[in-house]
Ligand binder design. Structure first.
Ligand SMILES: [Zn+2]
Length: 390
């Protein structure tokens, strides 16, 4: 494999274990995804790279999760799998019905009924996703690594007291809170096609975390927030970039260069958290964009040039093979290694048919983000950037 010299000396941590991938692969929104991501990264030989250290995930304690989440939510989550198969006997029919009703109400209250349904191992999964991002932050705080990759993290919709949008706990908020122990200012950049509402909610009243979300914004599109005007009034350090259908790689790169880079230069953070939800890739069943993997790659390359302590997280991405391809590609960029275009033989090789190639061409979808619209975005962000200087 060829080595790209500029990125060759980074100390890189990669959070992974078989048990964690097995648990994360049970997430109802992403069944089987985690195992396929790590299998492809491994098949490309990236897990054996000299610059990369595999770090075992760990479970967060209740105390750690409750730094952000409410104790009643976390305790409910830990008991959520209990009583699912309670049959009861005839004497207890009424009580069982009462219990069932109250459990349904509670599932509803905690966001665990519709898009975040309870699955076997949900509490352990939640503890692992939270604990692993906290651990990633600790490794950066200790200056043990320059970059930490946690592809199973990036659950940006979870709220303080409820699950939301396929996210059970908000590992991003927990990790940024940990980073803040050492790093005075943190920039959070969210590339997921959906608005990073959970992270914005958590830090909307502090200027010590600059949250930047680029997302699709349209009537009826989840979660419906992040219009670019309403939320930006809460604090100077909330930036939303609402985008339209068909976002292309060239438009994304232009926005990154003309709006995000200047924002970074003005804010001058001490650490960076990059959420790489890849549901904006062409062909994603939930996304509305037309990005190739290179769109994410170009943004990541720019972030790497900043040379700040960097946490790289996953996020959405509902075409599993696309997510695996993209995360393998992004891992190779962090390592500064070129990987072959042909998908290597491995356990899930057949899933990459028909072409068995790494990159996927963008589709024919028109990019509704016109030059004039992108110019408006640039001006909107520049105005916020100026406010940050005060
Ligand atoms: Zn998403």
């Amino acid at each position: 494999m060829a080595r790209i010299s500029s990125h060759a000396t980074r100390r890189i941590a990669y959070i992974y274990s078989e048990e964690y991938a097995e648990l994360a692969s049970r997430l109802p929104s992403n069944v089987g995804r985690s195992k396929k991501i790590h299998a492809l990264v491994d098949a490309y030989g990236l897990l054996r790279a000299a610059d990369l250290t595999i770090i075992s995930p760990r479970q967060a304690t209740i105390r750690e999760l409750c730094r952000y989440h409410s104790r009643d939510y976390i305790e409910f989550l830990r008991g959520a799998e209990d009583g699912e198969s309670s049959s009861g006997d005839d004497d207890n029919v009424i009580n069982d019905d009462d219990h069932a009703d109250s459990k349904e109400d509670q599932l509803e209250k905690y966001g665990l009924r519709y898009d975040c349904t309870v699955f076997e191992g949900i509490a352990k999964y939640a503890e692992m996703v939270g604990g692993s991002s906290i651990e990633a932050a600790m490794l950066l705080n200790d200056d043990a690594f320059d970059v930490v990759i946690h592809w199973d993290g990036g659950r940006h919709h979870a709220k303080k007291d409820m699950a939301a949008g396929f996210c059970i706990v908000n590992d991003i908020v927990l990790s940024i809170m940990e980073l803040q122990k050492i790093h005075k200012k943190v920039i959070y950049i969210d590339l997921d096609v959906h608005h990073g509402d959970g992270v914005e909610n958590a830090f909307q009243f502090t200027d010590r975390v600059l949250t930047v979300s680029l997302h699709h914004f349209a009537d009826g599109f989840y979660p419906g927030t992040g219009s670019g005007t309403a939320t930006s009034m809460k604090t100077k350090a909330v930036v939303n970039v609402p985008l339209k259908s068909g976002l292309s790689t060239s438009t994304l790169v232009r926005i990154f260069d003309e709006a995000i880079e200047p924002l970074y230069s003005t804010y001058i953070p001490d650490a960076v958290v990059l959420q790489c939800g890849v549901d904006g890739m062409t062909g994603d069943p939930l996304g509305k964009w037309n990005l190739s993997m290179k769109g994410y790659g170009e943004c990541l390359k720019r972030v790497l040039t900043w040379k700040k302590p960097l946490m790289i997280l996953g996020g959405g991405g509902y075409k599993t093979t696309s997510a695996a391809r993209c995360y393998a590609y992004l891992t190779s960029l962090v390592l500064g290694k070129e990987i072959p275009e042909e998908i290597p033989e491995h356990e899930y090789f057949e899933d990459f048919k028909p072409d068995f190639m790494l990159h996927i061409d963008a589709g024919m979808q028109a990019d509704e983000n016109t030059d004039a619209y992108v110019d408006d975005i640039r001006k909107l962000v520049a105005k916020q950037s100026q406010a940050l200087q005060i």
